[in-house]
Structures are given as C-alpha cells and as structure tokens.
Design a protein around this ligand. Sequence first.
Ligand code: GTP
Ligand code: MG
Length: 245
Amino acid sequence: MSAAESPRPLVLLPTYNERDNVEPITAAILAALPDARVLIIDDGSPDGTGELADGLAAADARVHVLHRRAKEGLGRAYLAGIDWALEHPSRFTHIITMDADFSHDPAYLPGLLAAVHGGEGGADFSIGSRYVSGGGTRGWSLGRRLLSRGGGLYARTILGFGLRDPTAGYVCYGRGALAALDRRAVAASGYGFQIEMKYRLVRAGQRARELPIVFPDRERGASKMTPKIALEAVGLCLRLRLRRS
Ligand SMILES: Nc1nc2c(ncn2[C@@H]2O[C@H](COP(=O)(O)OP(=O)(O)OP(=O)(O)O)[C@@H](O)[C@H]2O)c(=O)[nH]1
Ligand SMILES: [Mg+2]
C-alpha cells in the first residue's frame, strides 16, 4: 500500500452459534472502523446465526456473509475467509481476524490497523497481545490462565520464536503478508491456526508488532474450545518444528 492510498480493511468474523453476539459485534466493529467491511464466516450454526448474518448483510452493504456447510474448525473458516478476501475486487489492504464474542474489543481496531505499514516502524502484521506490558485477561479462572500461559510458553519454546502471545487470535495482516504466504500449506484446522500463521509469517521474514489488549471472558454464548482442539495445537507445534530440522 502506498502512503497516499487510504486503507480498505476487511474484518473476518467466524461464527458458530453466536446468535446473541453477531449483531452487536458487527455494529461495534463498524462503529470503530466505519470504512471497514465485515465478512461473517458461519459454519452452518444450528442456532440461526447464519440467517441473522444474512439480515445484517441485507441491511448494510458493508456486511458480507460466507456460509460454509459444516463446522470444520476456526482455521478452515479463516482460510476460506482469506481466500475470499484476496480474490475480492475491492483489493482490501488489511485483513483482520477476530472472535465474535467480544473478547476482542473492537476499540483496539484503529490501533491494530495503524500499526501495519503505518509509516516509521510499521509492521507487516500486528497482534493484539495479552502478554505485553499493558495487556492482560479479565475474569479468567486460574486453570484457564495457566492453560493460556502454558500454551504460549510451549509454542514459543518448541518453535523458537519471540512473540509474547503466539496463540493470539486478534491479528491485523497487511495484504502483502498474506499474499506472500503459501496458504495451501497451512495445516491447522482449529486454534493451532493462530500459532501456525504467525510462525510461517515470521519465518518468511514478515515483521510483527504486538500491541497490548485486555481480553475479557465471553459474556454470552458458549465456548467452542475442546481438549481435542487444544491437543491438535500441541501436535501441530511439534510437526512444524520437526519439519524445519
Ligand atoms: N465459522 C466457525 N467459527 C468458529 C468455529 N469454532 C469457533 N468459532 C468462532 O471462533 C471464535 C472463537 O471461538 P471461542 O469459542 O470464543 O473460543 P475461545 O475464545 O478460545 O473460547 P471462550 O473464551 O471460552 O469463548 C468465536 O467467534 C466462535 O464463534 C468453527 O468451527 N467455525
Ligand atoms: Mg472466546
């Protein structure tokens, strides 16, 4: 993106059974970034989230919906969204990933966007990080805090890269960073996707910048995190590491 070009961001919003969140989070994103577009990626939610999303798209041209037939995991949903974004005629300059449950506060969007290609010290992608100074979590049980910290430490140690929050899901990618990536090689279907993307980008020479965020627990709807998804991420780190050596 040249300095004179104004940013055209797209926010990817994966949903699975987010009936109570999809409308308010979309409104909050567009309030924070009025020039953005939002792509809701719904995996056939049985609770009617997909139909609500269609209603939002009908009412506001900035909202788009990608319907996928079955729940295949967050990583697959994001990859489908990235393909959609890169092929879209709008030529989005930034592609942002975030959760639909308000754990990722839309108030951070302008800062994440400005950190990518934003003049001096601009990065190729920016990360809303819980584990840099000023960041943190709110309302988490001790067990969840330990799991998150342990998971991040594990990924950093196994993969040997310096990011403070390698499992973070609130990320703003400059278009060039995603275009440079071999997306067909991305293996993770679940939350390991977040680790794998950062790892592959850093290895490809893309520069990251971590900005502090405070991450509260979801208030509405249920978590989709399962032990199976967490275990997939554990195995994924090992496979990525072994493939390298
Ligand atoms: N399209 C799609 N979205 C998903 C899938 N799994 C999770 N999501 C969405 O991904 C986002 C993150 O999922 P969460 O369940 O909030 O995961 P989490 O933040 O680790 O867990 P909690 O904090 O307990 O909510 C939410 O917007 C979910 O609706 C999936 O398989 N497909
Ligand atoms: Mg969540």
